[in-house]
Design a binder for this molecule. Structure first.
Ligand code: CA
Length: 318
């Protein structure tokens, strides 16, 4: 465990909403990294974890989330009893779940910051059923949005473009959340592209990071291989880690105020499904109503060592 920086006061109360698929072949591993990073961050008091569909169906993400918490959540004070299944799909928005009931109880007890590492269906359901609780959410940190015109590609000669997954999978939920007026920090996909996790760093985590590090290195080995050889990148993208970093070390992210707009383009040359954009622009776009948010556009150089320290639970020597 890593001690909080000198001069810090009480830990930040957080709720984590996540869709882990680490260990499933050809699926993302980043939620698994983010959870262990959060468990090793004493700046956070994790009040609960809700599970979303997203990277995999809910039955799988819930099983993986409970497994990670059962093995590694203890030192952070999180037990599997604090892991709650949410909506199984986006049409279920508005139907109460174990996740929304537990989040409601947590918010009624005390305000918190919501780390949104998955589609926003669970939070949108809570805000639909209990709009009065919006004022108890102090901030949302969401892994989503994009700079207008920015292409989401990685590696050399790679024509494949990502979707902005968490927004794309439930844009209606994102609309509900945006309209609630809760302070919002965005840690977008393009932020993570600056700082891939290198193969040597994953090996170090496996060697030095105890049981949790061994778990990550073992479960993410194929994931790393796919990023390296499938996309010719320098490493694997740990998108969700930056939302945890925004909660623990916001000063390590370059941030600016932006205007956020939902934009759904019609493009007859491609499936409409691929043209749902959550745009974060430096000035308002057209006459569309836009709300403002803190947009994290680049990590500072020191961010790499801090993320590695939190993944391994010990200082990174590199
Ligand atoms: Ca995720």
């Amino acid at each position: 465990m890593t001690a909080p920086p000198p001069g810090t006061t009480a830990p930040l109360d957080v709720w984590i909403d996540t869709d882990p698929s680490i260990g499933i072949p050809c699926h993302e591993a980043d939620d698994g990294f983010a959870l262990i990073q959060a468990f090793h961050s004493l700046e956070l008091r994790i009040r609960g974890i809700s599970v979303s569909y997203g990277n995999a169906p809910l039955a799988k993400t819930a099983r993986i989330a409970r497994g990670i918490v059962e093995q590694f959540g203890g030192p952070a004070g999180v037990s599997p009893a604090r892991v709650f299944a949410g909506s199984p799909s986006r049409p279920d928005l508005g139907d109460a779940t174990a996740a929304t009931k537990a989040l409601r109880a947590a918010l009624e007890a005390r305000p918190l910051t919501y780390l949104a590492l998955a589609p926003l269906t669970n939070l949108a359901t809570l805000l639909t059923l209990h709009p009065e609780l919006a004022r108890r959410v102090e901030r949302i940190i969401f892994v989503g949005a994009r700079t207008p015109g920015r292409r989401f590609t990685v590696g050399r000669w790679n024509p494949y473009e990502f979707t902005d997954g968490n927004y794309h999978k439930d844009n209606r939920a994102a609309g509900v959340v945006l309209r609630a007026g809760i302070p919002l920090t965005l840690t977008p996909v393009e932020l993570a592209l600056h700082l891939p996790l290198r193969p040597a760093e994953l090996r170090w985590i496996g060697q030095e990071g105890g049981a949790a590090g061994q778990f990550l290195a073992r479960q993410a080995n194929l994931w790393m291989w796919l990023w390296r050889l499938g996309f010719l990148t320098g490493g694997g993208m740990i998108f969700d880690s930056f939302a945890v970093l925004a909660a623990t070390h916001p000063h390590l992210l370059e941030t600016e105020r932006r205007f956020v707009t939902q934009h759904h383009a019609l493009d007859w040359g491609a499936p409409e499904e691929h043209h749902k954009y959550l745009l974060a622009s430096k000035s308002p776009l057209g006459r569309k109503p836009a709300r403002e948010a803190e947009f994290c556009y680049a990590p500072k150089p020191e961010a790499r060592a801090v993320i590695l320290e939190r993944l391994a639970g010990k200082p990174y020597p590199g």
